[in-house]
Design a protein. Structure first.
Length: 97
C-alpha cells in the first residue's frame, strides 16, 4: 500500500540543530528503506530562507501499522525530536519510466 508522509519539524530555536545532529543516521536508514523498496521518493521541505524544516516521503508498506513499526518507530527524526507533526495519507502514486 502506498502512502505519502509529510512531517513538519519543531519550530523552536534548537530544531535545526537537532535535525543536523541525527541527519547522517536518518540518511543511512533512508538508504536502507530505498534498497528494500519501502521508500519511493523523499525530499526535505525548506522554509522561506532555504533551511530544512520538514520532510515529504512517498513510500510503500503493507499497511499503516507496518509503516509505523518498520519505519517511524525507528526513525531518528522521530526519536530525536525533530519531527513535531506527522501526517500519513494513503496514496496511489503514478508510475512512470
Amino acid at each position: 500500500m502506498e502512502f505519502i508522509v509529510i512531517a513538519y519539524d519543531y519550530k523552536d530555536e534548537k530544531a535545526l540543530e537537532r535535525r543536523m545532529a541525527v541527519r547522517e543516521q536518518h540518511l543511512k536508514f533512508a538508504d536502507e528503506m530505498f534498497k528494500q523498496g519501502k521508500w519511493i521518493f523523499a525530499s526535505a521541505l525548506l522554509d522561506e530562507n532555504g533551511r530544512m524544516n520538514g520532510s515529504v516521503i512517498a513510500c510503500n508498506f503493507e499497511s499503516e501499522k507496518a509503516l509505523k513499526n518498520e519505519w517511524l518507530d525507528k526513525e531518528e527524526y522521530v526519536v530525536g525530536n525533530v519531527w513535531e507533526k506527522i501526517i500519513i495519507r494513503k496514496a496511489k502514486i503514478a508510475k512512470h519510466d
